[in-house]
Design a binder for this molecule. Structure first.
Ligand code: ZN
Ligand code: ZN
Length: 282
């Protein structure tokens, strides 16, 4: 099983990415949640350009990436789950949940620390949300995330299957919960007790700082509920709210060179000041 996964990892990932991307793109055309404020063309070139660049850099610098690290850690007998004896299925379930909690905490840190926030601004500066926004991250944020994930894997010692399930689900749900897809409200209510839905994550992309410092979860919605960062709905409603960052609203900020340069420009707003205070006057 592990050998088959290692041999077909790229195919599994690409197949899931292309399949979910296509489904979400069709869903957005059939049942859009909001009217887009800018043309898709310019944003998609920038967003998909970042996806291509991020994939290339990660493949070049970390050819074995997360799955290879899980294998090495297992061989060395490192990590909690390689020391404590638990049934295989439980180790897989614990791994998926623990990695998801780790990613939630990482997301909070990317908002709390000014240097990390500068990188994460690239994700938040998208003026519309759709399936491409879910993979729009600055390459340096992707590299820091990868190093952090490898450290978590070394401490946790998850089975390779657990890491693969987590990575595929994270990728699929990131496309789902950034999609401009209309979901019947009763269904959204039920779904968001378990996973992060598009309506739940859209609050996190509000231009209002009070709202974008909520709903940090990517997969499971429980972390926001348990750790006190959950916000049900945006104050102005999903059609009335503004998405993006106040500092980066001009169309030119959506091009690939400007997205790569964005962390080196001074934003007129911060996210969370150290200590959790917001900037005065906001
Ligand atoms: Zn964020
Ligand atoms: Zn997002």
């Amino acid at each position: 099983m592990t050998e088959w996964i290692m041999g077909n990892e790229l195919l599994i990932r690409l197949g899931c990415f292309a399949g979910i991307f296509g489904l979400m793109a069709i869903w957005e055309v059939i049942a859009a949640r909001r009217e887009l404020t800018t043309s898709k063309g310019r944003r998609w070139v920038g967003n998909l350009g970042l996806v291509g660049l991020d994939t290339l850099i990660v493949r070049l610098l970390f050819p074995t990436a997360a799955l290879g690290t899980a294998l090495i850690v297992a061989d060395l007998g490192w990590g909690v789950l390689n020391v404590v004896s638990v049934p295989y299925w439980a180790a897989v379930a614990i791994s998926v949940a623990a990695l998801d909690l780790a990613i939630y905490l990482q997301h909070v840190m990317f908002h709390a620390l000014p240097a990390l926030w500068r990188l994460h601004m690239v994700h938040h500066a998208d003026v519309d949300l759709d399936v491409t926004s879910g993979s729009r991250f600055h390459p340096i944020e992707i590299l820091i995330s990868m190093l952090y994930k490898l450290a978590v894997i070394a401490v946790l010692g998850p089975p390779v299957v657990g890491v693969l399930i987590f990575e595929v689900v994270l990728n699929a749900l990131a496309m789902f919960n950034h999609a401009n897809a209309r979901i019947p409200l009763p269904l959204d209510r039920v779904l968001r007790w378990i996973i992060v839905t598009p309506d739940m994550h859209r609050v996190h992309h509000s231009v209002e700082k009070r709202e974008h410092n909520t709903n940090f979860g990517f997969n499971l919605s429980c972390w926001d509920r348990v750790l006190g960062t959950y916000k049900d709905q945006p104050a102005k409603g999903h059609e009335g709210m503004t998405i993006g960052l106040k500092s980066f609203r001009e169309r030119t900020w959506q091009s690939l060179p400007r997205l790569l340069a964005m962390p080196f420009f001074e934003p007129t707003e911060t996210s969370i000041r150290p200590g959790g205070e917001e900037s005065p006057g906001e």
